[in-house]
Design a protein around this ligand. Sequence first.
Ligand code: DON
Length: 305
Amino acid sequence: MRSPLPDYLTEVLDACTDGSGTLADYIPELANVDPDRFALSLVTAEGTTYSAGDDNHVFTIQSISKPFVYGLALEKRGFEAVLGKIDVEPSGEAFNEISLERDSGRPLNPMINAGALTAHALVADADSPGTAIEEIRALLSALAGRELDIDEKVAASEMQTTYRNVAIANLLRGYEIFCDDPDEVVAGYVRQCSVDVTTTDLAMMAGTLASGGIQPRTGVQIFSRPVVRQVLSVMATCGMYDAAGDWLSTIGIPAKSGVSGGLIGVLPGQLGIAAYSPRLDEHGTSVQGVAAFERLSRDMNLHLM
Ligand code: DON
C-alpha cells in the first residue's frame, strides 16, 4: 500500500509557496538559481525516505556542513581540544559577525563562520593541511550514503567575494586559535560549503544524527553518541544564529540553515527533515523552508518541548 505521507508533503509545499524573500547574492553564483524550486524530504531513524517537490534538485550545502564538520573535529581531536578553541554560547548575531570571546578570541560557537573556520582548521592535519577538504567531502558522502561532489563554480564565485571570511580567519590566526595559513583555511572552508546535495541527501545526514550517529540506510556508525549529543545541542542553541530562540520556541527542533536555501532539522530517535527553497529572509534562512518546518511541527506535533 502506498504511504499517504508524500501527498501530505505535497500539500505542505503547496500551502507554503508564497514567493517572498530574496536570493543570496553576496556569493554571485547563488543569484543564478531558479527561485521557484521547493522540496521537502524526511528520513526515519530506520531509513525510510519520504519526499515531495524538487527532491532531485542539486544545490550547495553551505552552512549545513557546519554541524557535521564540528562533529568530525570532535571525533578527531576530542572534546577538550575542540572546546578549548570553540565555545558553545549563542552569539545572538548574524552568521558572518566577528563573534569572538573577548581577550581569547575564541569563536562563540561552531555554527557561525568564525567557529566553522576553526572547526575546518581543527580537522586539518598539521603535516598535510590541504587534505581536510577531501576528508570532509568523504564524511558528507558517508552521511548522505552516496558520493558527493564539490561545485567548483560556486566555490570560485564565493572566493571572489569572501572578504569577511578572510578577515575573520586572519583575526583567528592572530589570536592563535589556529596556526594554519588563513587563506588556506578559507579556501578549504569555501569548498566545504560548496559540496552539492539534494534534500534527500540532507535528510539522510539529519537522519544519521536522529539515529544516534548511525547512517540509517548503510548502517555505518559515523558519529559516537556523545558527539551526536554535542552537535544537536549546538544546533538547538546556535544553529539558527540570531533567530535561534524564536526558532526553538516556535518550531522546537534542533536545526541548521544554509544560505543557498537548504534547511535541516533533527528529531532524536525519530526523523531527519530537510527542505530547500532559495529565497531567504533577513537571517539568511529559506522563507518557505521555515514555513514548511512550522507547518510540519504543528501538524505532526514535532516540538520537542
Ligand atoms: O561563509 C559563508 O558566508 C557561506 N559559505 C555560508 C554561509 C551560510 O550558509 C549561512 N547560513 N545561512
